[in-house]
Design a protein around this ligand. Structure first.
Ligand code: PLP
Length: 375
């Protein structure tokens, strides 16, 4: 009997080691890993430069308090600012912490300009921003919030695509619109560029902030550093996590100078957030998210999606739709349509590994096709 609580529906497999796109289970079976810790191991397993970075830093210094300067964090923040819309960064340890900090920053900004009643955040119904209390109520998901009341107030919801409702929801108490640029947990729903642009325009008109949650789709996963770059917009606040640590827990909130001004000493903090060990790994990840890697994401994505669509044509009764951007790909089957298969290879995936994945998916479709009861 496991001493772990039952809050996860775990598969009966455990792993001994990993290398690149592959995992070896404790009973010796080799698996192609196109989950990568849910978009976390952006550079695959056992990346040499990440191993070196963590080993080197672990011999020097693991942790000091944020009461002191942390040069490794200064460096990582500078790099993030240089590559993005942002002027300022606060480091956290996870995605949920980063989205919660984003909510706090939006509210504190309006407080700091004498508008404390502008504190409501508009979100998409059944989105995903993490599992902490505010984050589950931000998601507007019945399943995630059930039994965790009282409800955390301050969030308003519209259905994906319901722009009329979105416009109606904005009132004098609205502080921000917070959406995932690509809805990951919600089944890889890519928000179209024209829509992101229109939402930015709406935020400008109503003088409210735009928070784009790039915890899953950010840091190169989309084929650009941030997925919102496709829409050519500048958000005000962007929480990140998953990919930036390459497997080490790192989160962050990126923001413009305008909102960062509100975050004066004492307004926010984290004991672990941005410690030297995490920052050393973050720097080693970011150094590898270069033009060549993004080029690989785009090339591999094109090849993968093209061939998945060929499989869709071959098995029109099994595969309903292939969608996604970069290496954030969703495969929707006709059966159990709310359950989209997410495919998340490492960003440095090789063509031969995608060929292997296609072969496996082809084989599964072929088996299902023989089994008439499947559809
Ligand atoms: C995973 C995820 C989060 C939460 O991240 P945790 O590290 O699990 O807290 C938040 N937002 C999005 C879009 C995510 O995909």
């Amino acid at each position: 009997m496991s001493a772990l609580a039952k809050n996860y529906n775990r598969k009966n497999i455990s792993f001994a080691k990993g290398k690149g796109s592959f995992l070896i289970s404790n009973d010796g079976v080799k698996y192609l890993d196109f989950v990568q810790g849910i978009a976390v191991n952006s550079l695959g397993h056992s990346n040499k430069k990440l191993i070196k970075a963590i080993n080197t830093q672990s011999k020097k210094l693991w942790h000091v308090s944020n009461a002191f300067k942390i040069p490794e964090g200064e460096t990582l923040a500078k790099k993030l600012v240089k590559r993005t819309f942002a002027d300022s960064v606060i480091f956290q340890n996870s995605g949920a912490e980063a989205t919660e900090a984003a909510i706090k920053i939006a509210r504190r900004y309006f407080f700091s300009i004498g508008k404390p009643n502008k504190n409501r955040i508009i979100c998409i119904k059944n989105s995903f921003h993490g599992r902490t209390l505010a984050a589950i109520y931000a998601s507007g998901s019945k399943k995630m919030t059930e039994g965790f009341g009282p409800k955390i107030p301050g969030f308003d919801h519209f259905n994906f695509g319901d722009h009329k409702k979105l416009k109606r929801l904005i009132n004098k108490n609205t502080a921000a619109i917070m959406i995932e640029t690509v809805m990951g947990e919600g089944g890889i729903k890519v928000i179209p560029n024209w829509c992101i642009k229109a939402i930015r325009k709406l935020c400008n008109q109503k003088k409210i902030l735009l928070i784009l949650d790039e915890v899953q789709c950010g840091i190169g996963r989309s084929g650009k550093f941030f997925a919102f770059e496709y829409a050519k917009v500048k958000p005000d606040i962007v929480p990140i996590a998953k990919g930036i640590g390459g497997g080490f827990p790192v989160g962050a909130v990126l923001m413009t100078r305008k909102v960062a001004k509100a975050m004066v000493p004492g307004t926010h903090g984290s004991t672990f957030g941005g410690n030297p060990l995490a920052m050393a790994v973050g720097n080693a990840v970011l150094n590898q998210i270069n033009y060549t890697l993004l080029n690989n994401v785009n090339k591999m994505s094109k090849y993968f999606i093209l061939n998945l669509n060929i499989l869709k044509k071959k098995y029109p009764k099994i595969i309903k739709e292939i969608r996604g951007v970069g290496l954030l790909i969703g495969l929707q089957l006709f059966k159990d349509q709310t359950n989209v298969i997410r495919i998340l290879p490492p960003l440095n995936v090789k063509k031969s590994e995608i060929d292997l994945a296609l072969k496996i998916i082809h084989k599964v479709c072929n088996e299902l096709n023989k089994n008439e009861t499947f559809y």
